[in-house]
Design a protein around this ligand. Structure first.
Ligand SMILES: Nc1ncnc2c1ncn2[C@@H]1O[C@H](COP(=O)(O)OP(=O)(O)OP(=O)(O)O)[C@@H](O)[C@H]1O
Length: 246
C-alpha cells in the first residue's frame, strides 16, 4: 500500500492543496477526479518527487508502512502529455528511463525489446514518435513508464488526447496489461465514464485549497458493471463535483 499523509502544497503565499491524505492499494486503479485547478496534477507530481520549483509542499509518503523519499524506484509517473522525445526512436524513448536509472543504452534497449509485442508496438522500434498513431504513442509512453517494473504507477490523464474509439481500446488495453502484471495505479481523469468504467475506487478532489471530498469504492469487477448502475454513479459524482464547485 502506498499512503500519502497530510499533504499541503503552496505557491507564493497561496495554499493550493491542504492536508490531503489518500491511499493507493497495491493492485487496481484508483481514479482521482476533480475540477480543473484543484491540484490533482500537483499531487501526482509531488508523489513522483518532481514538484516544480515554484511550489512548496509538506507531507509524508509511506510505502508498506515505511516513510520513503522520492523519486523512488517503486513509483513511476506518466505526465499529462505523452512526453516522447521526437528526436529519439520509439525504442530509445522506451529505454530512456532505464538509462537514467543507470543502465547502459545497449542494456536498456535489450530490456525493452521483448515488451514491444505485448504492448502492440511490434515493428515500431526504429520509428520516430511522429510516425505513430495517437494510441501507439500512448502505448509507447506507457511502456516507458512501466518498464522499470515499479509497483505503483501514476498516470495523469493518460487517454485525454485520444479520439473516443482509441480511448476505449486503450482503456481495455490498460485493464488487460494490469491483469498480466498487477500494479497499484493512481490515475487522474476528467472523464466520468472512464473513472466509473475503469477504476476500482474513485477519489473526488475539490475545493480551494484542494482536498478529498469523497471516496467511492467500486465493488464489482469491470465486466460485471451494468450501464444503469454506472449512470447512477456518474450522477452521484456530478452532484458531488457541483456541490463542491467554487
Ligand atoms: N509551478 C507552479 N507555480 C505556481 N502555481 C502553480 C504551478 N503549477 C500549478 N500551479 C497552480 O496550482 C493549482 C493546481 O494546479 P494543478 O495543475 O495541480 O491542478 P489540476 O487539478 O491538475 O488541474 P487540471 O485538471 O486543469 O490539470 C492551479 O491553480 C495552478 O495554477
Amino acid at each position: 500500500m502506498l499512503d500519502l499523509h497530510g499533504l499541503t502544497i503552496g505557491a507564493d503565499g497561496t495554499t493550493l492543496v491542504r492536508d490531503l491524505s489518500l491511499s493507493v492499494p497495491a493492485t487496481g486503479i484508483t481514479a482521482l477526479i476533480g475540477p480543473s485547478g484543484c491540484g490533482k496534477s500537483s499531487v501526482l507530481k509531488w508523489l513522483a518527487g518532481i514538484l516544480p520549483k515554484g511550489l512548496q509542499a509538506e507531507g509524508q509518503v509511506m510505502l508498506d508502512g515505511q516513510a520513503i523519499a522520492r523519486p523512488c524506484p517503486a513509483i513511476s509517473y506518466q505526465p499529462q502529455s505523452d512526453a516522447l522525445f521526437p528526436w529519439l526512436t520509439v525504442a530509445q524513448n522506451a529505454a530512456l528511463g532505464l538509462q537514467i536509472r543507470g543502465l547502459s543504452r545497449a542494456e536498456a534497449l535489450k530490456r525493452v525489446a521483448p515488451l514491444f509485442r505485448s504492448f502492440g508496438l511490434e515493428g515500431t522500434e526504429g520509428q520516430f514518435p511522429d510516425q505513430l498513431s495517437g494510441g501507439m504513442r500512448q502505448r509507447a509512453a506507457f511502456l516507458r513508464t512501466v518498464v522499470h517494473d515499479s509497483r505503483y504507477v501514476l498516470l495523469d490523464e493518460p487517454f485525454s488526447a485520444l479520439d473516443a474509439v482509441t480511448r476505449l481500446r486503450m482503456q481495455d488495453w490498460l485493464v488487460a496489461r494490469l491483469a498480466d502484471r498487477p500494479r497499484g495505479v493512481l490515475m487522474v481523469t476528467h472523464d466520468l465514464h472512464e473513472a466509473t468504467g475503469l477504476a476500482n475506487r474513485i477519489l473526488v478532489m475539490a475545493g480551494s485549497p484542494g482536498r478529498i471530498v469523497a471516496e467511492i469504492p467500486m465493488p464489482l469487477s469491470h465486466t460485471l458493471r451494468s450501464e444503469a448502475a454506472l449512470a447512477l454513479l456518474r450522477d452521484k459524482l456530478k452532484s458531488l463535483l457541483l456541490e463542491n464547485a467554487p
